[in-house]
Design a protein around this ligand. Structure first.
Ligand SMILES: [Zn+2]
Length: 240
């Protein structure tokens, strides 16, 4: 069912300038950290609106302020480049189902892809998993791209109240209460996948219990610190 007409800031308004820059920065960070490749996209909710900004059909590594698009939750075009990502329903359906989610990252990260096809999934092996359930992120089992609202809704149901969901034989979708948090969590999901992969080479890992994860349950008080770090790395890489 169509939502209410968009009444938030215009795509080109100065109000969205900082948010757009942060979106581009987040994309460059994921690219520089080797999480995304030619595919994947990041979105950020337009505050107070049923709309979001995301990449206009380009790789996160090629994101610029000019290569963004704004859509509402029904996929209606609201501004920017007229080439929204095919999997835009990932963002729209998750944000619609989870009003507290301000940002969604979708990647084809090899570490998420690996554990999306492993029985038992990505069970936590490190404190960085503190934002995940003890059983690891849920796995959306259907194959195929998320190109319809029906599939996007099913993905949001699989995600439920988790911070991340693995898409079988595809990748992941990771959410955050801010764009910085979604980016950091996406990097940490990849770290956890790599660590778990290495750990099994040495025998059965000592997976973390729910109680153990709870000892780290506070959300990072220092989100600005890793953001500054990853952004400095990405910018250094891109400086002329
Ligand atoms: Zn995808």
């Amino acid at each position: 069912m169509a939502g209410t007409p968009y009444n938030g800031p215009a795509f080109d308004s100065g109000e969205l300038k900082d948010l757009k820059q942060k979106l581009v920065d987040g994309c460059h960070i994921l690219d520089h950290e080797g999480i995304t490749d030619g595919f994947g996209h990041v979105s950020v909710r337009v505050p107070g609106s049923e709309a979001f900004l995301t990449l206009a059909g380009v790789s996160p590594g090629c994101a610029t302020l000019e290569r963004l698009v704004m859509l509402d939750f029904d996929g209606r075009y609201l501004g920017g480049e007229k080439s929204p990502p095919y999997e835009w329903p990932i963002h729209a359906c998750i944000m619609r189902a989870r009003p507290e989610v301000m940002s969604v990252c979708h990647t084809h990260s090899k570490w998420s892809s690996l554990f999306s096809i492993v029985k038992g999934g990505l069970r936590p092996v490190h404190m960085y998993a503190k934002f995940l359930p003890a059983a690891g992120p849920p796995i959306y089992p259907a194959s195929g791209l998320i190109g319809t609202v029906e599939r996007g809704t099913a993905l949001a149901s699989a995600l439920k109240d988790s911070a991340a969901v693995l898409l079988r034989a595809h990748g992941d979708a990771v959410v955050g209460a801010s764009l910085e948090q979604a980016i950091l969590r996406t990097i940490q999901v990849a770290f956890l996948g790599q660590l778990a992969h290495m750990a099994v080479a040495h025998g059965e890992p000592l997976y973390m219990s729910e109680e153990e994860l709870a000892t780290f349950s506070a959300e990072p008080a220092f989100l600005a610190r890793p953001w500054e770090y990853y952004l400095s790395r990405a910018r250094e890489h891109r400086s002329p």
